[in-house]
Every structure is written in C-alpha cells, then in structure tokens.
Design a protein around this ligand. Sequence first.
Ligand SMILES: Nc1nc(=O)c(N)c(NC[C@H](O)[C@H](O)[C@H](O)COP(=O)(O)O)[nH]1
Ligand SMILES: [Zn+2]
Length: 167
Amino acid sequence: DVVDHKALMQEALEEAKKSPPKPTNFCVGALLVDMETGEVLSRGYTLEVEGNTHAEQCCLVKLAQAHSLPEERVGDVLPPHAAIYTTMEPCNMRLSGSLPCVDRIIRTKNKDGAAAITKVYLGVKEPEKFVGQNKGRTKLEEHGIECIHIPGLEEEILQVATAGHEK
Ligand SMILES: Nc1nc(=O)c(N)c(NC[C@H](O)[C@H](O)[C@H](O)COP(=O)(O)O)[nH]1
Ligand SMILES: [Zn+2]
C-alpha cells in the first residue's frame, strides 16, 4: 500500500492538538489525501476556519478557497481517489444545526458527478455525549464511501478531543 495509514492518522492527531478546547464540541483533526500518491492535499482542525467549523469541513473549505471555489465545488479540484483521515468519525448531526460533515463529504462530487471522496479513515467513533449514536458511517457506506477504522491512537485522540470538557 503506497500510504501509511497510521502515520497519516498521527498527522491528523497533530492537527487536532491545535484546536481550542470547548465544552460543547470535540477537538478533531483531519487530512484530505490523494490515495494514489499519499499526498496530503489539505489539513484542518476544529474551529480553524472562522465560524463554528469542524475539522473535516476545514479541510474542504480551505482547499476550495485555495482554488477560489465554494466548499461544495471542492470536488472539481480533487484527484480521482481522495480520502479523508479524521481523528473522529464525521458527524451526522450537530447540536448547532450546521450541515453535518457526512453530508458535506457525500455532496463532494468530481466533474463527472461521481463521489470525489471514496474513503474515510477514522481514529475513533464519536462518543455519545452530544447527539447519541452517530449513524454517519452507515450513511457514508450507503453512498459508496468506505469507512475504515485505523486502530492504535484511540486513547490520545479521545484525550485531545475532550480537552475542553469538565473533568
Ligand atoms: N467529527 C467531528 N469533527 C469535529 O470537528 C467536531 N467538532 C465534532 N464534534 C461532533 C459533535 O457532535 C458536535 O461538535 C456537537 O454536536 C456540537 O455541534 P457543533 O460542533 O457546535 O456544530 N465531530
Ligand atoms: Zn462534523
């Protein structure tokens, strides 16, 4: 395999550590990667981009902005096999009511209308603290987007993710 999944998940965790802790969300880090070359196309962490933004959302919007595109058109500039590495599985519902990352990932199509992001690598499932069980993986799989758990970093990912929560 040309890419080292655990090394990329570790890089996503390094992004998560940059996120300002908050009691009402999780500190998450994410990468957007070209699966054929292993090149990191974009990185993001929770709240990096102004507004109440998620790590996966930041990856998408930063790359779109770099090409003067709206977030929903980022697929235009993605390679045929892009993947997201996120320390926590993409959200499927957000207490703020903002568009969940599962929907942002699904709507990202390339020029011929196919899903531009075909794999999601996740470090941990979302703890059932804010929105109960996250059914996002099922929804992604229904849209042909494979979700793969990369084990080994769970403890540190959760420690970083909940840094803003009262002990
Ligand atoms: N995958 C993921 N990436 C993130 O960057 C992030 N913050 C969460 N967090 C999921 C959690 O369910 C939501 O943070 C709460 O539901 C509050 O919703 P808002 O974040 O305020 O929209 N999950
Ligand atoms: Zn999200």
